[in-house]
Ligand binder design. Structure first.
Ligand SMILES: [Fe+2]
Ligand SMILES: [Fe+2]
Length: 204
């Protein structure tokens, strides 16, 4: 199943409607660059595919239809909560908080590579695929791609997180990928809300 966003003129707006988290970035330039990168970099399946094919590491929303979209929103919400601690501890700057927000929104845009078919498993190197794409096709601060590249942490074969920013994006992904906890989602789109009327909403 695909759900292509058509009409270039409205595409940018459509992405922002589906991921209103983009508007929460403080830096306007980074906000626009993140929206553009997401629009160019995401695949059609992003809006409909599950985030995982098993319930081993994900809550029920993320393993069903639209799970990847919902998971991405949960990662953003988890980051938004955890980042307060890192800021208070002086481990991150406010600029890095914005870069982390961008990384969360972009981290799984290549989850299944270029194509998803029902039952597919996530590409094992989707972290590296997304980072390579960001480096090749966007002008985003390199710290965004670096955090995306290391979001899987010590699992799989990819590089491990080193800086506090990379660590936090990884921890937000872990928090949102917990079987026994369901992070709320910020302003869920009607397509999500109608499918999952009881989904918890995040407020910031
Ligand atoms: Fe991932
Ligand atoms: Fe993820």
């Amino acid at each position: 199943m695909t759900e292509t966003i058509r009409c270039e003129e409205n595409a940018f707006t459509a992405v922002c409607e589906r991921l209103p988290e983009i508007a929460l970035l403080d830096n306007q330039e980074l906000m626009r660059a993140t929206a553009a990168a997401f629009f160019e970099g995401h695949e059609d399946y992003f809006w409909t595919a599950p985030a995982a094919s098993s319930y081993a590491h994900h809550n029920l929303y993320c393993c069903a239809e639209r799970g990847l979209w919902i998971h991405t929103k949960m990662v953003f919400a988890a980051f938004e909560r955890l980042v307060d601690s890192y800021l208070e501890q002086g481990l991150l700057t406010e600029t890095e908080r914005d870069l982390g927000r961008a990384a969360c929104l972009l981290h799984d845009v290549k989850k299944y590579g270029e194509m998803y078919e029902e039952g597919d498993h996530a590409d094992r190197d989707h972290d590296v695929q997304a980072a390579d794409w960001l480096r090749a096709e966007t002008e985003l601060d390199s710290r965004v791609a670096d955090a995306v590249e290391r979001h899987m942490g010590p699992w799989y074969n990819g590089p491990e997180p080193e800086t506090p920013l990379q660590q936090l994006v990884h921890l937000a992904d872990m928090t949102a990928s917990t079987k026994n906890a369901t992070v709320g989602v910020f302003q869920p789109h009607e397509k999500i809300r109608s499918q999952y009327p009881s989904i918890a909403e995040a407020t910031f």
